[in-house]
Design a protein around this ligand. Structure first.
Ligand code: NAP
Length: 247
């Protein structure tokens, strides 16, 4: 057994779902490392909260849209310094708009962060996990990647693409003892959804059989399962955590 820390890496762990996932994996016993891009003060709070509870955490400023920076991060911070047990591709953004008015830069940026970034993290993680012959990768997709959503063609295309990436890499990495799954949240109360008008939320609730928006902890519990001992025989799956919205 090596003395290297057993690390769970979460992208976009400073707020919302990623924060809840980071905290949950820390509670599960992993040393948790996470990325953020714009809010160092939020990232520091997450690290402090985990350390207060006796866990270990580190925050890295790293833009999921920068493939070279992602490769450099793995080379400088992870390779030979940690055993990467878990990767959670969570960082994501929206740039909504109807198709006919959608700007190229809004299409490109959403695909770059929400899909290409996940590919870049996964490619690096896969190299290390394959060598270890063990690892868990969880990609956070979305219910709208499964059913579509007017005004979110870029976001839905990226999230649907992430499901394809998940299923393909699950087949590639299974022989190396690495599982790859996706979690597809429904509507979860975070900064991403806080700007929605009340009417839109009311309309959404009519489509959710469990009659409430989800919490970040609902998603963290699903990730914890897939990353933990109970999830070892599950790969290539999309676990929907959406209150029964898309069955
Ligand atoms: P959020 O509250 O907006 O938080 C986004 C997180 O991602 C923050 O930690 C942010 O860091 C980080 N981030 C954003 N852009 C980044 C970049 N370029 N590089 C690195 N980190 C970046 O979002 P959320 O609602 O928790 O969503 C998390 C994931 O769940 C996303 O992939 C989202 O698409 C998916 N999802 C959300 C919902 C929902 O209803 N909320 C539903 C389905 C799927 P900073 O703090 O530094 O900005």
């Amino acid at each position: 057994m090596s003395d290297l820390p057993k690390v769970a890496l979460v992208t976009g762990g400073s707020r919302g779902i990623g924060r809840a996932v980071t905290e949950r994996l820390a509670a599960d016993g992993f040393e948790t490392w996470f990325t953020y891009v714009s809010r160092p003060e939020e990232a520091e709070k997450v690290v402090a909260g985990i350390e207060e509870k006796g866990g270990k955490a580190r925050a890295f400023k790293l833009d999921s849209g920068d493939r070279d920076a992602i490769a450099a991060f793995f080379k400088e911070e992870i390779k030979g310094k940690a055993e990467l047990e878990v990767l959670v591709n969570n960082a994501g953004i929206t740039r909504d708009g109807l198709l006919m008015r959608m700007k190229d830069e809004d299409w490109d940026r959403v695909l770059q962060i929400n899909l290409t970034g996940c590919f870049a993290f996964q490619r690096e993680a896969a190299k290390l996990m394959s060598k270890q012959r063990r690892g868990r990768i969880v990609n956070i997709t979305s219910v709208v990647g499964q059913m579509g959503n007017a005004g979110q063609a870029n976001y839905c295309a990226a999230k649907a693409g992430l499901i394809g990436l998940t299923k393909s890499t699950a087949r590639e990495l299974a022989a190396r003892g690495v599982t790859v799954n996706a979690v597809a949240p429904g509507f979860i109360q975070t900064d991403m959804t806080s700007e929605l008008p009340e009417q839109a939320v009311e309309a959404m609730l009519t489509q959710i059989p469990l009659k409430r928006l989800g919490e970040s902890d609902d998603i963290a519990a699903a990730v914890s399962y897939l990353a933990g001992p109970g999830g070892g025989y599950v790969t290539g799956q999309v676990l929907a955590v959406n209150g029964g919205m898309y069955m």
